[in-house]
Design a protein around this ligand. Structure first.
Ligand code: GMZ
Ligand code: MG
Ligand code: ZN
Length: 177
């Protein structure tokens, strides 16, 4: 199956150092909704793996997080596409969970859900932890320059990382090549 896994904040929607704490703060990056819709209409399964430590920090609750993901699904569906499995890590950095990136727990959960091998599967992120999570399970790390991507790039990234301007550029690459 054609599986693409996306980080959320900084890839699908704008990110903020103050966290994305409400539905109003959840603003799609230009072209990202269309990209997901076009990819799914082209036969790609688009899953999401996102750290959401804001839950553990008490900045927002699960109902708010679910509302953001319902909005994502609604916007993509309005363009004729669909979003696959969305997996999130609600834990804080000190809880030692298995799912918080750079640990690959969310990626392996997605692989188990779809019964696929992650080798070479593209995982698109804007942070170094995203790239490290990909490498931990032999997936292909993909960096976008949106969100924290430019800052991540400036600090150095794993050598076999592929770099794209944004999710729209990734969709063009995958659909037309
Ligand atoms: O990019 P994804 O994984 O979708 O989500 C990242 C968010 O959970 C937040 O992750 C935080 O990192 P800490 O969790 O505080 O280390 C900060 O980077 C925030 O700016 C960011 O909004
Ligand atoms: Mg991110
Ligand atoms: Zn976790």
């Amino acid at each position: 199956m054609k599986l693409l896994i996306l980080d959320r904040d900084g890839v699908i929607n704008q990110d903020s150092d103050a966290y994305i704490k409400s539905l109003d703060e959840w603003i799609p990056i230009p072209g990202s909704i269309e990209a997901i819709a076009q990819l799914s209409k082209a036969g790609w399964t688009v899953a999401v793996a996102t750290n959401q430590s804001g839950i553990a920090r008490g900045y927002y609750d699960l109902a708010t997080l679910d509302a953001m993901h319902a909005q994502l699904r609604k916007l993509v569906a309005e363009q004729g596409g669909e979003v696959g499995l969305i997996v999130y890590c609600p834990h804080g950095p000190d809880e030692g969970c298995a799912c918080r990136k750079p640990k690959p727990g969310m990626l392996t959960s997605i692989a188990a859900h779809y019964d696929v091998n992650l080798a070479g599967v593209w995982f698109v992120g804007d942070s170094k932890g995203d790239l490290e999570a990909a490498l931990a399970v032999d997936a292909q790390p993909i960096l976008v320059k949106t969100g924290k991507g430019e800052k991540t790039l400036s600090k150095g990234i794993p050598e076999n990382t592929l770099i794209f301007d944004d999710l729209a550029a990734i969709a063009r690459e995958l659909i037309h090549n």
